[in-house]
Design a protein around this ligand. Sequence first.
Ligand SMILES: O=P(O)(O)OC[C@H]1O[C@H](OP(=O)(O)OP(=O)(O)O)[C@H](O)[C@@H]1O
Ligand SMILES: Nc1ncnc2[nH]cnc12
Length: 173
Amino acid sequence: MNIKDHIGSIPGFPKEGIIFRDVTPILECPEAFEEVTKQLSQFARDVQADVIIGPEARGFFFGIPVANELKLPFVPVRKPGKLPRKTISETYELEYGTDTLCMHADSLKPENRVVIIDDLLATGGTVEAIVKLVEKQQAKVAGIGFVIELDDLKGKSKFEGIPVCSLVHFEGE
Ligand SMILES: O=P(O)(O)OC[C@H]1O[C@H](OP(=O)(O)OP(=O)(O)O)[C@H](O)[C@@H]1O
Ligand SMILES: Nc1ncnc2[nH]cnc12
């Protein structure tokens, strides 16, 4: 099973100059989806996770199956105005402007070992904001798991000291 064979590459989406790496073929192939879930679950097990966190929308695709596989809680990270209880938020830089991510203020305990799961590491801005949300609740980020890492963007350099697992790399492609 080669996971890379189940990732689409769409030049020019959503705008000129970007090659969009599309994970939906993984979702459409049960064997590929099972393999991705198995490998990310093994990483989360190795770093002794007791909570899995993922951002909407594509982080839910992979974070929820990992939490289910390991029988661990899943905590969703969402855009503002979506979560019903009291939230904490973090604003981060995009190429143009800023974006904000939120999580429930009572979702973590200080003793938690959290693994963040997302589909793709590009600049790392999204997951860097999630690391800050976890640390605001005094919990520890035990690891970060991605299906895809875009090596050229060097997003991983934002996470020194935290174990990072990426199943597939794209470099200069
Ligand atoms: O490393 P970064 O530069 O932060 O980019 C990676 C993030 O961008 C995409 O999410 P997007 O914000 O497009 O939302 P979506 O999952 O709802 O499509 C992707 O799913 C990652 O979460
Ligand atoms: N090249 C890319 N493909 C898919 N999602 C992305 N998010 C940021 N960069 C991306």
